[in-house]
Design a protein around this ligand. Sequence first.
Ligand code: NAD
Length: 265
Amino acid sequence: MSNSMREPPTAMDLFSLGGRLAVVTGGAKGIGRYIAEGLAEAGADLIIADIDAETGATAAQHLRDAYGIIAQSVRTDVSDEADVIALGERISQEHGKLDILVNNAGILGPGGPPESLSLASWERMIRVDLTGPFLCCRELGPLMIAQKAGKIINIASIYGLVGSELIDVISYHAAKAGLIGFTKDLALKWVEHGICVNSIAPGYFLTPAAERGIRERGDSLLEYIPMRRVGGPDDIKGVAVFLASAASDYVTGQTIIVDGGWTIR
Ligand code: NAD
């Protein structure tokens, strides 16, 4: 059938990820795990690149069993250049392609008042939350450049957009704001390669990292959230599937805020 005779894709076709290969950094737990699950539900094969090899392997096993997809766990510290280079080489050798990269791995601390935050704490945060995504794009992006197509999703935070009296981790705000700027410039640089680069800025989501802070603050936290609830798996996975799929082919350099309305006032 010639192109002109082909039926236009339906909305369901546009959101399908069948036959795509995705890497989710920090995909063993929390938001990364919610996103990995969503991508798998949409049909993608998955590589969980997490520093926690054991939990990563458990997550990969679950994805294989639940969705019948290819899912593997590759222990990776995104802040370690050698680890990320090795990840890129392994994907190149074993799969020869990459369609989706979710830069999700991140840490939320250590913090402290700006006037006394140690340089080591500052540098650790920048290293994991900002340098990590850079290294992953540098080492895995060429697989997308080679195929002239790809989707990169950076997990930023509303704290890259606004300050907060609730936490004292200025390095986190700086890293996430940096990631949003990184997203825009990389989107511009790689548009010629057919690669879309976007960010998601979540508000508070119930994850192992955020759980204690959410419980300690209780109802006082909900005062900040017009929807009066924190986010869960179903609030983020659809946004990630959208940005990973052909449904967002005309979207690049953007940050989608998913925060129950936190930042609208
Ligand atoms: P989490 O700690 O619950 O899970 C993070 C995962 O990343 C873990 O599996 C961990 O082992 C892995 N990881 C940590 N350091 C790593 C490294 N150096 N290399 C590879 N993997 C590493 O955290 P979360 O709450 O799910 O957060 C995930 C992302 O979402 C982070 O980038 C975070 O900044 C962002 N975020 C979270 C919230 C929230 O409320 N939970 C809000 C906004 C943004």
